[in-house]
Write a protein that binds this ligand. Structure first.
Ligand code: 13P
Ligand code: SF4
Length: 330
């Protein structure tokens, strides 16, 4: 079936059913086009949790759909593909507990640790952080959350993205370390878990040098999941929605090279926008969702089949909500 025929069928089914479709900026164009609302992970969670429709189809990765379920437990959240962000997969509750134990061994008491988890983590990890009085953050508000958390006078344990933790530390003039890097965690303000996004690891300082040499006036824009040395050499670092806003406000003739996921960068502007890598930076799990999956999910809803629904145990949800809600309270 062609994309146009699939799109027509999806629109027809959508009219028949009580359903809202949301999509992250990294989704494939044809899936992105079908959404009622698009955004970064923070905007999507906020919109979807407040949307009145009882059924929500989330085109994105697992932690994003889970965040909506944590915030709005009575909503039916369905995912056309149960695609899991590779970075979120790098940490589970066992690894989290092990990292807390390593800090305790180094002389930092558990009650002296303030955990913060990037929203790119499972509901279980969010719950473990919530139980310790910690916060969730996204790439658009990490600095605000870290600033607030530091007021507790505790050491920050930042999971799972070491790059986001290191980048905020550099931006705020704080000391950071990565658990297991051989340094003394007691010396650091922000202690980062050793996780990363493989897509954003593709961008290198050499790529920036290449573009700056070729186009001396070019602006370099990157996401804070990129390596610290890449972000330090960028003209602007921001979340997906901050990047879009920044680029939309530039004059069209301004050349800009962007270090984030391919689908989003490709949609930004027709001219004068470049990708900061010779390897196409596609997120494999974001790209799993296809129009066929969206159509199948709608057909199943029509038949009363909710097999792609997200479920979270109430005990996990309750503590994960505490961590997420502390972020929203700020
Ligand atoms: P945003 O919060 O900027 O949308 O980023 C989510 C993400 O997974 C980036 O890789
Ligand atoms: Fe996860 Fe990286 Fe994909 Fe974002 S780009 S969803 S962090 S794997």
């Amino acid at each position: 079936m062609s994309n146009n025929a699939l799109k027509e069928e999806i629109l027809k089914l959508k009219e028949e059913l009580d359903v809202t479709i949301v999509a992250h900026f990294y989704q494939k164009d044809e899936v992105f086009d079908m959404a009622d609302f698009t955004g970064d992970s923070l905007a999507l969670a906020t919109f979807a949790a407040n949307d009145k429709n009882p059924n929500l189809i989330f085109c994105g990765v697992g932690f994003m759909g889970q965040s909506v379920k944590i915030l709005a437990p009575n909503k039916r959240v369905l995912m056309p593909r149960m695609a899991c962000c590779a970075m979120a997969k790098m940490i589970d509750v066992n690894y989290y507990d092990q990292n807390v134990a390593i800090l305790e061994k180094s002389g930092i008491k558990k009650e002296e640790i303030m955990p913060i988890t990037y929203i790119n983590s499972s509901a279980e990890v969010k719950a473990a952080v919530g139980k310790m009085g910690g916060y969730v953050c996204t790439s658009s508000n990490a600095k605000v959350i870290i600033t607030k958390a530091l007021k507790s006078g505790k050491k920050i344990l930042f999971v799972p993205d070491r790059c986001l933790g290191q980048n905020i530390a550099i931006d705020m003039g704080l000391k950071s370390c990565v658990v297991g890097d051989g340094s003394d965690p007691k010396e650091a303000d922000i202690i980062c878990y050793n996780g990363f996004c493989s897509v954003h690891q593709l961008f290198d300082v050499e790529d920036i040098e290449f573009y700056r040499e070729k186009y001396p006036d070019i602006l370099v824009v990157t996401h804070p999941e990129c390596k610290p040395e890449v972000c330090e050499k960028s003209d602007f670092v921001g979340s997906t929605s901050q990047i879009i806003k920044y680029i939309k406000e530039l004059p069209l003739e301004q050349k800009v090279v962007v270090g984030t996921e391919y689908n989003m960068v490709n949609r930004l502007r027709e001219k004068n926008t470049y990708i900061l890598s010779s390897t196409k930076p596609e997120c494999p799990t974001m790209n799993e969702t296809r129009l066929e999956d969206l159509k199948d999910t709608l057909l199943k809803i029509k038949d009363g089949n909710y097999e792609s629904e997200i479920t979270i145990s109430e005990d996990t949800r309750k503590y994960a909500f505490e961590a997420l809600n502390r972020m929203f309270e700020l």
